[in-house]
Design a binder for this molecule. Sequence first.
Ligand code: SF4
Length: 400
Amino acid sequence: MHGLCAVFICPLADIKARISFNIGSAIDFGFIYDEVRHLYCSDNGRVSIDPVVLFKIVLIQYTFGIRSMRQTIKEIEAKHYQEELEREIENDRENHGKKPLKPRACISEPKTKTVKKSKTDPDCGLFHKGEHNKEFAYTTHVACDKHGFVLEADVSAGNIHDSVMFDDVYKNVTEKFPEIEMVGLDSGYRTPWIMKQVFDSSRLPIIPYKRPMTKEGFFKKYDYIYDEYYDCILCPNHQVLKYSTTNREGYREYKSDPKICIDCPVRSQCTKSKNAQKVVTRHVWENYIEDAEDVRHSDKGKEIYKLRKETIERVFADAKVKHGLRYTQYRGLARLKMQVLLTFACMNLKKLANWKRKSGLLPPKPANLFYLFAFIPGLLHIFEEPHQGSCLNEVLLIST
Ligand code: SF4
């Protein structure tokens, strides 16, 4: 299996990918199946991870000195995204009659990035709250159904972008609840890759409107109209911006003719470029975002979007205000994750108990001191009768 490689987008990644590829090609790991066959049951129990995959994950972890198994899996998943994107870029370039991109030079130095770390809790990350406020924090990524039952949750450092955490949460929740049909998402998850994943899994994403982030006084991105038939962009001054190339990041570049732009009366609102050339980019998976926009404007999309305030927003509000998640009580990701998961488990139980009481499925509420003792058997009673079909999971809402 050549998916052995851990992946980064920097040149160092190519080196790692090459080492992994060489190991994967040189050694046939098929013998592991024979070694562990007696430990597996073929007709019973939960579906297990392929033992060779498991072995390779550990091998990658130790080959590249990755600190944890979780991080290793994340890097391998990043590889999956990168491979799909590279395939798409190559197809796109080929369709436009462009040569394939040259491989990245393996010998150049890897890019470095300076990250601010907390001395008190190195696991957390610097979270940007609005435009000016920053604080060290963790973020929780939660998926709930349309009744507000939490189906999946994950915790990350505050400086990890929402879209990075989506893959795990989405994969876990859709494996457990394949009946999900529509997925309501926060604006942080509005990326071409995420929209592609949701559509490709035969579900519909519902994303909120996001204000264009262009500078004040400049045309917005939507002022440049994409013409799908001629594969070009029309600018506000009616000039055609022709396709130029598809770059490594997966964006098609459409460029204007500087000879026309130089005399354009609205150039100051369009571009500051010295050579008077406007470049508009469009992701190779941009059509998925446009399709998601259509879903947002549909009646069903509007109906599901309205559920946000009474489901996922309510879950967050309750978790922060009533269950103490506004501030962390522990240090370290593992401990915090434990606290968060236990909190959501209790919130689910509380909701379930309230449902049962309102439906008359629980004995009448006892008075005063006896209430405490009655509470525990009441909960045990809930476990005996698991929550069934009434909790509709066809709608999923994910937020941070
Ligand atoms: S500067 Fe060029 S691209 Fe921009 S609006 Fe004018 S003609 Fe169009």
